[in-house]
Every structure is written in C-alpha cells, then in structure tokens.
Design a protein around this ligand. Structure first.
Ligand code: HGY
Ligand code: MN
Ligand code: MN
Length: 338
C-alpha cells in the first residue's frame, strides 16, 4: 500500500530508534521536501507559507483541507502525524477535491497551525485530520475507526526547585538541601494532584539537573510540566492544585458536528461500528477548531494496547486502508455539501 510505503520512507528520515523529526530540524525539513515531491506527483499546486506549513491544492474546493503534521517527538512512532499527511494525499487524489496540509511543529505546541490561524489568512471552510488514536479505546471496542468528539485542554510549563550545592562525599545526609530529592517529592505531589481529578493527567517529562555532576549535590532542577483535562474547569483545578504558571494553554474544544456526521456516515455505510471518543492528545485539528474552522478527526485503531510516542506504535494495514477510504469519502462529502 502506497501510504504505508511512504510512512516507512518518512520513518527512515532522522535515524532510529523510532521516528526522530523534531521541530525544528533537518529531519523535519527533509520530510517536508519528500512530501512536497509527492504533492507534485499528485499534480497539486504547491505552496509553503511563511511559517513553513506545506500545502498542496487540488483544482476543486481548495478551501476544504485535510492533513496533519510531519514533526515527531524523540523516538516517536511511525504513524503519529505522518499517517495523516500521507493519507491526505491519497484522499485528495481519490476525491479530486481539497487541499493537503502538513503543519510544522505540532509536537512543540502546534506552532505551524497556531501561526496560520493567528496570521488571519483565509482559513478553510472545513478541515479533516486522520490520526492514530494513541490509546486503547478502539482496540478494546474491536472497532477499526473512531470519530473524535472533542480534544482535551492542555497546559505546558516548567517548575524550578532549588537546593544547596555541596560535595557528595563530605556533606552529611542530615545537612543537605538536595534539589533533586526535593524535585522528586514535588513530582509525586504533581502525580497525586492529577489523580484527585477525574480524567486529568499530568506529566513531568524533562528534568534538567544543575550543576549535573555525579559527585555534586544538585543545586537546582528544572521540571517540565504537561497537564491536561477534558474541560476548562478541571484544567483550572489541576493547574491550581499543581501550583504552576502555564506558558502555553489550549482550551478543550468540541469538534464540528458537520464533520463528525460526514465521518459517522462514511463509517456506518461500510457496515463498521461507529465509535465516538474524546482525544486526550492535542492536535492541529483542535487549533483550527478553536480558530472557528469546522474541524473533524478520524482515529484509526492503535494496536499494542494503544502505545504511542514510542517506536512500538502500531496500526494494521487493513485498518489504515479503511481509514484512507473513509477519509477520502468524507472529504468528498464535505466538499459537495457547501
Ligand atoms: O502531546 C500531544 O498531545 C500531541 O502528541 N502533540
Ligand atoms: Mn500527532
Ligand atoms: Mn504526538
């Protein structure tokens, strides 16, 4: 299947283990260049906007967009983002309508899609994104596809914990102010705060320890923070409970009923179970939806218990084939509806 071959070509960029196309990087640029060639082969009119987002427009209804992102987390999976872009090319080629879009920097705060919305350019009349579920719901339900109802709100930021540097060999344990031990206690507090709020999540994914020598008691630690919840009020409660000032926040957002209906219809007419589910992951579709665009997301089942942001991310060829077919049909339906 051409889409899967192309996913493998993108996966090979940036070396292993996993997908390594962080934003910004030569690897992300290479993925955009490769995709641009595929857009040209598809006979689409190519444009790169001032923020590096890549577009490929068909002749008909270029105002209906379909796409995703090409950047990845470090050691990411082969499908996150890439699937949505290669499937968008298949869909626009099959439906002969619409525009393919590949956004920059989705993993580091949806940089490309946020910049595009902020620039006030002509936004699409509708946007569809195919994405791996990155969770276990569809696999548990025995459903190959799902329609996303809403996208969780997300905050990102950092915390600093200070201590007193000292010699690892001469400072007695009862005389230390070890910043890393204090940071460890803080991380457990953050975990417990999230556990108190239904469906909230909080993650410390990065630790920077100063001065960072094995024989020096840490003097200062930077912790990254990623805290999310399905609605604004639980997000507020979580941020307050953790006690940090987010540097970045996206509100929870409902996806467009018009797009969800088109996706539900195309799934149901193929005799497949229609499962609607919220997304705990953030997506460019959420940024466009928040910008007033009719946005919809189609999830394809993630196998291996739904693991993602990992080389173990996996979806089957049959499910991907079905997803591309439904995406193309929904694109055609949206383009002919208004
Ligand atoms: O972090 C996220 O939710 C997405 O993978 N950018
Ligand atoms: Mn993604
Ligand atoms: Mn991701």
């Amino acid at each position: 299947m051409r889409a899967l071959d192309r996913i493998e070509q993108l996966y090979a960029i940036g070396g292993g283990p996993g997908a390594n196309r962080p934003h910004p990087s030569a690897a992300e640029d290479a993925a955009h260049e490769t995709t641009s060639r595929w857009l040209e082969e598809a006979g689409l009119e190519i444009e790169v906007d001032p923020d590096g987002n890549l577009m490929g427009r068909a002749g008909e209804r270029p105002d209906v967009w379909v796409g995703s992102h090409l950047d990845t987390v470090p050691q990411g999976g082969r499908f996150d983002g890439a699937l949505g872009v290669v499937a968008a090319i298949e869909a626009v080629e099959r439906a002969r309508v619409g525009s393919v879009v590949a956004f920059r920097g989705e993993e580091v705060g949806c940089i490309g899609s946020r910049a595009l919305v902020a620039r006030g350019v002509a936004l699409p009349s509708a946007f569809l994104e195919l994405h791996v579920e990155q969770g276990p719901v569809l696999e548990r339900a025995g459903a190959p596809l799902g329609v996303v109802s809403s996208i969780a709100g997300m905050t990102r930021g950092e915390l600093f914990v200070s201590g007193r540097p000292g010699h690892a060999g001469t400072v007695p344990m009862d005389a230390r102010e070890d910043a890393l031990v204090a940071a460890a206690e803080r991380i457990l507090e953050i975990r417990d705060a999230a556990r108190q709020i239904p469906d909230a999540v909080a993650t410390v994914g990065e630790l920077d320890v100063e001065p960072g020598a094995g024989n020096v008691i840490p003097s200062r630690v930077r912790l990254s923070l990623d805290a999310r919840a399905p609605d604004s009020e639980r997000l507020d409660t979580l941020v307050a409970a953790i006690g940090f000032e987010p540097g970045y926040r996206t509100e929870p957002v409902e996806l467009s009923e018009r797009c969800r209906e088109a996706l539900r219809y195309e799934i149901a007419t193929r005799g497949l179970p229609v499962v609607e589910l919220p997304s705990g992951a953030g997506h460019d579709a959420g940024i466009l939806a928040a910008g007033g665009v009719d946005s919809g997301m189609l999830f394809v089942r993630s196998l291996n218990g739904g693991v993602s942001h990992s080389p173990d991310e996996l979806s089957s060829e049959d499910d991907v084939e079905l997803a591309v077919e439904v995406l193309a049909a929904a694109l055609g339906r949206l383009a002919s509806s208004r």
